[in-house]
Design a protein around this ligand. Structure first.
Ligand code: PEP
Ligand code: MG
Length: 899
């Protein structure tokens, strides 16, 4: 049979076809090839969906293809669709190229009608058949006919209340029949339509509804957040139904080949007896742990364990699996490479590499800097005595403190006001996505580790605790009753520990992560085996990154302790020491005194003394490694008093009949030096012509610190860098002046050779790079100022004044101060490299703006050919990881759900 690009049978596909079949379809086909117990079925492709979405109608050839595939399905199963003694029913399941859990529609039991429900009873009893029917009416009504879920849910709740049972699986046959009648009445009242009684009509409409669900608001929001392209479309899988709700020997489960929260190599999951798949993931009933299945269905359990091991070997990664057991027989309904917490990502990658399932390079490619960053997040300090008030499953690690809110809208509006919120729900559904994104933590009363809340929160790195035992959430009254007797009201502060699953009523102090501590101090003992394994895995992968990286990682630091911390974290030197940062706080007045001329020599001497002291500490901490010290670059508005403040003070003095000559003099000076655009004003190299003494002190201090350390047997490696240069003449003048100081010999009679570099942080410097290279030993790209001046956007307040509006209106995808603008600023960087190298092939090249610590930007700098990035000390490990990944990936995409 020739395969059509619109419909592919499971027998004809494989996992390489995910673009066409979606992740779910490709993996169902792959498992069919592997000989796993997968129900029969076929996939209507993403191409069919794209054509449908473009033209507003299904492609003309599709109907015939579906008819033929359904006929084959009937042959393979020996059943007739929606008819006969043992009617064939199907599930109609969405499945895009990239996993979008719960964001699109799925309809089960399609083909069930007033007549086939009678026949289905012969298979698993009347109660089972009517349970299937009420589920179909519910799903079809909501998805296809657009009935409000609340009304349909109310019908179910009424039926349960009338019978005095907790959930609809406990309803009697008679009550289930009444429920179906009631639900269909609701449908007719709400939509004017009933459930079609032609099975093929149901199927056709279900397929269209799944196509349509690609464009549902929640699916769009998810794609926007995850960066999934809008034009991919979803595939639709039509699969022979197998039933987990025929009785106690049946059930449904979701599991992982390993623990997705910690990475522990033991299968992990949830199982629910007498249930269809939806019941497990929506958390509407309490699941049991996967291990409990062994006692319930030992044969099926053993088969499942063997298939899990086989899947992990085949996919060479953590897989998640949906399964159903029908009367003791195991069916695998879905698998994919599973989502995992950042901690699990490191542990699993390192473990698979240790067992030679993957290479160390693959392990490195499977983690990223954002995950590492979240591991470096703070944790609660449990020493302070605040008792925990409830506990649930640790679904997504982290420690968060925020006000309790009970619905998604409140979470969104509180977050918009800048408040940290914890979303507390009985269970979450796909509609809660905006609330989850807006919250720092999510807490649910129901649901397991594979529930919607857990999967989504983990994916987005939100702290999450699910299945809080005994918690009763009253969403209408906006409160939660905890078994300890504590009542949480809206606005009460909650501390949520996603690593232990514990909740605390009140704010808890937070302490730094063990991973951060262990990386910063290798002698620091890990508090337990789980942390020790995680730290070991991170170290192993970082070592691989270091062995592959071409890009060096240096740090920006201006104190000895900062430099020492950076070195412990693996920095290979200091790429930027901002000398003006030594003069912040109480030392600020020294700069003012130099400018005002108030005992200028005394103030300069003091500045030099401070600089010698600080630079000695930094050079000592980085002994044997380069330390790039930048000449003073103080934006003067940060160092001079505010004109308006002084004017107000002077006016108050005057109105009191007093004259303060000192105050007047300060005001006059402040006015004289006031600049409308200080960031574009008297800064950096420009000071050299106006106040050269202020620049001299740091060169002298660096020479003195170097001589001093050499005399003590150290190996200092200082370098000097000139900021805010726009023209080669400025650099030439600076160089001449710097060299005068470098020629002064130390006590031993030797002079200090010091490379002199230039910051490329103005567009003109990038354009004149060819000439600058004649005068410079190295370029250091100051991408903060280069972004500011290339875009003409203030780095100080563009974010608050208009950048966020630009981003929300779609004018700008990313904040260019956070992530390098490759097309504009990046092109200037590339141009400067090209021109600089043309003049001096071996010119040193570094980046010291904030982008040097941003994972995506680091890959760009590696491609551009720079030698090092220099970032803040805490980001050094992230930069090391990404520097290694940049070599391994070489510009390749990193995510593959069907791997
Ligand atoms: C820069 O502009 O990127 C830079 C590193 O210098 P600063 O942030 O100190 O202006
Ligand atoms: Mg700068």
């Amino acid at each position: 049979m020739t395969a059509s690009p619109l419909l592919v049978r499971f027998d004809d596909g494989d996992r390489t076809m995910a673009d066409l079949l979606g992740g779910k379809g490709a993996n169902l086909a792959e498992m069919t090839r592997m000989g796993l117990p997968v129900p029969h079925g076929f996939t209507i492709t993403t191409q069919a969906c794209r054509e449908y979405l473009a033209k507003g109608q299904v492609p003309a050839e599709l109907a015939a293809l579906v008819t033929s595939a359904m006929a084959d399905l009937e042959t393979a199963t020996g059943q007739t669709f929606g008819a006969g003694d043992d009617p064939l029913l199907v599930s109609v399941r969405s499945g895009a190229r990239f996993s979008m859990p719960g964001m699109m529609d799925t309809i089960l039991n399609v083909g069930l009608t007033d007549s086939s429900v009678q026949a289905l009873a012969a298979r698993g009893g009347e109660r089972f058949a009517w349970d299937c029917y009420r589920r179909l009416v519910q799903m079809y009504g909501r998805t296809m006919l657009g009935a409000e879920a609340a009304h349909l849910d109310a019908a179910v709740a009424d039926a349960c209340a009338g019978a005095g049972v907790a959930d609809p699986t406990a309803l009697s046959v008679g009550r289930l029949m009444d429920l179906v009648t009631h639900q269909r009445q609701v449908l007719k009242e709400q939509t004017g339509h009933d459930l079609p009684q032609d099975p093929h009509d149901q199927l056709r409409r279900s397929v269209e509804a799944v196509f349509e669900s690609w464009n549902s608001p929640r699916a769009r929001l998810y794609r926007a957040h995850e960066g999934i392209p809008e034009d991919l479309g979803t595939a639709v899988n039509v699969v022979q139904m197998v039933y987990g709700n025929t009785g106690p020997r049946s059930g449904s489960g979701v599991c992982f080949t390993r623990d997705p929260a910690t990475g522990s190599p033991v299968p992990y999951g949830d199982y629910l007896q007498n249930a269809q798949g939806e019941d497990v993931v929506n958390g509407s009933r309490q699941t049991v742990p996967l291990a409990a299945l062994e006692a319930l269905e030992p044969t099926a359990f053993d088969q499942l364990m063997s298939h899990l091991a086989g899947l992990e070997r085949h996919y060479r990664d953590l897989c998640d699996v949906e399964f159903t057991i029908e009367d003791g027989a195991l069916w695998i309904l879905q698998t994919r490479v599973g989502k995992r917490s950042p901690a699990a990502a490191f542990v699993i990658a390192a473990d698979l590499a240790r067992h030679e399932v993957i290479t160390m390079d693959e392990a490195l490619a499977r983690v990223d800097g954002h995950q590492l960053e979240s591991l470096l997040h703070d944790q609660f300090d449990d020493q302070d005595g605040l008792p925990w008030v409830a506990a649930g499953l640790p679904a997504s690690p982290g420690a968060s403190v925020g006000e309790a809110v009970f619905d998604s809208d409140s979470a969104v509006s509180a977050a918009a006001e800048g408040r940290a919120v914890v979303l507390v729900r009985a269970e979450t559904s796909a509609e809660d996505l905006p609330g989850i994104l807006a919250s720092c933590a999510v807490v649910t009363a129901r649901g397991g580790l594979a529930s919607h809340a857990a999967v989504v929160a983990r994916g987005f790195g939100r702290t999450c605790v699910t299945g809080v035992e005994g918690m009763a959430v009253d969403e209408a009254a906006r409160q939660a009753h905890l078994p300890s007797g504590v009542v949480i009201h809206q606005g009460d502060v909650l501390s949520v520990d996603g690593t232990t699953g514990k909740l605390y009523a009140g704010p808890l102090p937070i302490r730094p992560s063990s991973v951060a501590a262990a990386l910063a101090d290798p002698s620091d003992e890990a508090p337990d085996a789980v942390v020790a394994r995680l730290v070991g895995s991170v170290r192993q992968i970082l070592a691989q990154a270091d062995s592959r990286a071409r890009l060096k990682v240096l740090a920006n630091a201006e104190t000895g302790p900062q430099a020492a911390q950076a070195r412990r974290l693996g920095a290979q030197g200091i790429g930027l020491c901002r000398t003006e940062h030594m003069l912040l706080g109480s030392r600020r007045h020294l700069v003012e005194r130099v400018i005002v001329g108030d005992d200028r020599p005394g103030a300069l001497l003091e500045i030099e003394r401070i600089a010698v002291d600080e630079l000695t500490q930094i050079l000592r901490a980085m002994d044997g490694l380069p330390v790039v010290v930048r000449l003073l670059d103080p934006p003067l508005h940060e160092f001079l008093p505010d004109c308006e403040d002084l004017a107000v003070q002077a006016a108050l003095e005057a109105s009191a009949g007093r004259v303060d000559p000192g105050l007047r003099a300060r005001l006059e000076t402040a006015r004289r030096w006031h600049q409308v655009n200080p960031m574009l004003g008297l800064r950096g190299v420009r000071l050299l012509t106006v106040l050269p003494e202020l620049v001299d002190v740091h060169v002298r201090a660096l020479v003195a610190a170097t001589h001093g350390l050499r005399a003590d047997g150290f190996d200092p490696r200082p370098e000097i860098m000139v900021p805010l240069v726009a023209d080669p003449a400025e650099l030439a003048a600076a160089r001449t002046r710097i060299r005068q100081h470098l020629e002064v010999p130390g006590a031993s009679g030797a002079t200090v050779p010091m490379p002199i570099g230039v910051m490329v942080e103005l567009p003109r410097a990038a354009l004149r790079a060819g000439e600058l290279a004649r005068l410079a030993d190295f370029f250091s790209f100051g991408t903060n100022d280069l972004t500011q001046t290339t875009w003409g956007m203030s780095r100080d307040d563009a974010q608050t004044s208009f950048l966020s509006a630009y981003r929300s209106s779609g004018l700008l995808e990313r904040d260019p101060f956070e992530s390098i603008d490759e097309e504009g600023v990046g092109e200037l960087v590339q141009l400067a490299i090209e021109r600089g190298r043309h003049t001096k092939a071996d010119i040193g090249l570094g980046v010291c703006g904030e982008h040097a610590g941003d994972p995506g930007s680091i890959h760009f700098f590696a491609r551009a050919g720079v030698d090092y990035v220099s970032c803040s000390p805490p980001r050094v490990v992230i930069a090391r990881l990404e520097a290694g990944r940049a070599e391994v990936l070489g510009g390749r995409a990193t995510t593959d759900d069907t791997r």
